[in-house]
Ligand binder design. Structure first.
Ligand code: FES
Length: 313
């Protein structure tokens, strides 16, 4: 839970009817802490869903908005990469109607960072990236304000296994998915390693890259020629690789492995697969991912991060 991104870490905030603002009044700070603690204690409902307090809906980054919520610290997974929640996109925010089912399916939101809330050990602020898309669910999420409530299921998802000895991490993604890899970059930098990041494809809007940790070595590959030049060198340099499917399919990744590694070290490479999520519990099959042999696996249970070897059998 590192704070390298420097975007959302100004926590001199108050809760006043859940709306937070700056204050120098110590008694107000104590009241804030008490209220955040109370929220954290009461968050989990009998049906297993969680009601979170919206701490901030701040900062438009290109076509995205960062949403920050407070949840009980005990619910925050140790490693954040690959973790997502399924958010209910109606019913609890101020001004909306409980019977509104326009966006009846929950929307998946991936965690891009977490920070303890000062003075409230029981609470942690989680950050998500919400696309400004032509979708009623995401549209609802982008209109949340500080003090609103957000009901979600989760967190779900399996993390990448970097192994105990990896110190040179290569990340590859299209620009829109780059923030999803932030928790992994933070972790490697925190443990003293190095991170190289290849962003593949047109990058007219580079604002999302401002979220990346400063110590990441960034390579923009706007042409295929640039991409293959960066990739070959970086694959030979690195001892762990994590790729978003938005940049490279499992088959393409396997081909690059054979070109640039001495042997088929498939455990070296992991891939974050795209999927649709509905239940998060392995029941609905909305998130199935196909392996190269035609068999199916569920991303919410076994992913969304898979060792390349799992997908190539
Ligand atoms: S989201 Fe329902 S089975 Fe994976």
């Amino acid at each position: 839970m590192c704070s390298r991104t420097g975007v959302l870490h100004n926590y001199s905030l108050i809760v006043s009817g859940f709306v937070m603002a700056r204050s120098n009044d110590p008694s107000k700070h104590a009241s804030v802490r008490n209220e955040v603690r109370q929220e954290a204690r009461n968050a989990v409902r009998n049906d297993g869903t969680v009601d979170a307090l919206v701490l901030k809906s701040v900062q438009e980054i290109g076509r995205y908005r960062i949403l920050e919520i407070v949840i009980p610290a005990r619910l925050v997974p140790q490693n954040l990469f690959g973790k997502f929640v399924l958010a209910r996109c109606a019913g609890l925010a101020s001004g909306s109607v409980r019977s509104n089912w326009d966006a009846y399916l929950r929307r998946a939101l991936f965690v891009i960072g977490a920070t303890p809330v000062p003075g409230a050990d029981e609470a942690t602020a989680l950050r998500f990236l919400v696309p400004e898309a032509a979708d009623p669910g995401y549209d609802w999420l982008t209109r949340l304000s500080p003090g609103d409530s957000l009901n979600f299921l989760g967190p779900f998802g399996r993390d990448a296994d970097l192994g105990a000895h990896a110190r040179r991490l290569l990340l590859v993604s299209a620009i829109a998915d780059a923030p999803l890899l932030i928790p992994l970059a933070d972790r490697m930098l925190d443990q003293g390693g190095r991170v190289a990041f290849i962003v593949r494809g047109p990058s007219a809007d580079r604002s999302l890259l401002s979220l990346l940790p400063l110590d990441v070595e960034l390579h923009m590959a706007e042409s295929d020629e640039q991409y293959h030049a960066f990739l070959g060198d970086a694959m030979r340099w690195s001892d762990a690789l994590v790729v978003c499917e938005s940049a490279m399919s499992p088959r393409e990744l396997a081909g690059e492995m054979q070109k640039h590694r001495l042997s088929s070290e498939y455990d070296y490479a992991q891939i974050l697969m795209r999927a649709d999520y509905v239940c998060g519990a392995g029941a609905c099959m909305a998130c199935v991912v196909q392996r190269s042999d035609g068999s199916l696996t569920r991303a919410c249970v076994h992913g969304p991060v898979f060792p390349l070897s799992d997908l190539l059998r």
